[in-house]
Design a protein around this ligand. Structure first.
Ligand SMILES: [Fe+2]
Length: 183
């Protein structure tokens, strides 16, 4: 028999993640819209779809536990999302904005990697092997997303360091901004 208070900790951490992922489902479309690099925008859109699948995995786990996934708000993710939206409000040059968005997104990924690693280990100790394999799938996706962001950052940070990259202001607010990758 598992220790009930440890089991409760496991469920609480899962609820925290459920809240975190749902906050991200709302934040990712905004980040995609703000991104000026086509690749970065596509990356955010792809991760949005992945994140919806991660929410479903958590729902599957909650169903098997006979517990509601609701009832907690992940304050960590709330703070990270807030920092991300602050970045979007600043009047930054395109590549600088993208570099800042990548920084915000990688903070999110690292937070999630830590959280999923924790619950995955908890699941193993609790003998919840099916949960552990679901959580491991998500953990792998978060790691891959982090690596993709690292790759994108190489090019974008170099662009951000070039003098005089355009700002949103210079091109007007109408329509989609054109990616400046071919420059
Ligand atoms: Fe996630």
């Amino acid at each position: 028999m598992p220790n009930e208070s440890f089991k409760k900790l496991y469920v609480d951490e899962l609820k925290d993640l459920y809240s975190a992922e749902n906050q991200l489902v709302k934040a990712l479309p905004k980040m995609a819209k703000a991104a000026t690099s086509e690749e970065l925008r596509e990356g955010f859109e792809e991760h949005l779809e992945q994140t919806k699948g991660q929410v479903q995995r958590l729902e599957t786990i909650f169903q098997s536990l006979n517990e509601s996934p609701k009832g907690k708000k992940c304050m960590g993710m709330e703070g990270l999302v807030k920092e991300g939206s602050e970045v979007m409000e600043e009047d930054l040059e395109h590549a600088v904005l993208d570099a800042a968005l990548i920084g915000a997104a990688q903070r999110v990924e690292h937070y999630e990697i830590a959280a999923y690693w924790t619950v995955c280990e908890f699941a193993k100790v609790l003998g919840e092997t099916k949960h552990a394999s679901l959580l491991e799938k998500t953990l792998e996706e978060e790691k891959q997303t982090d690596e993709k962001l690292t790759e994108l950052a190489k090019e974008i940070n170099a662009q951000a360091n070039e003098p005089g990259s355009p700002r949103e202001e210079d091109e007007g607010k109408a329509g989609r901004r054109t990616p400046k990758r071919a420059a």
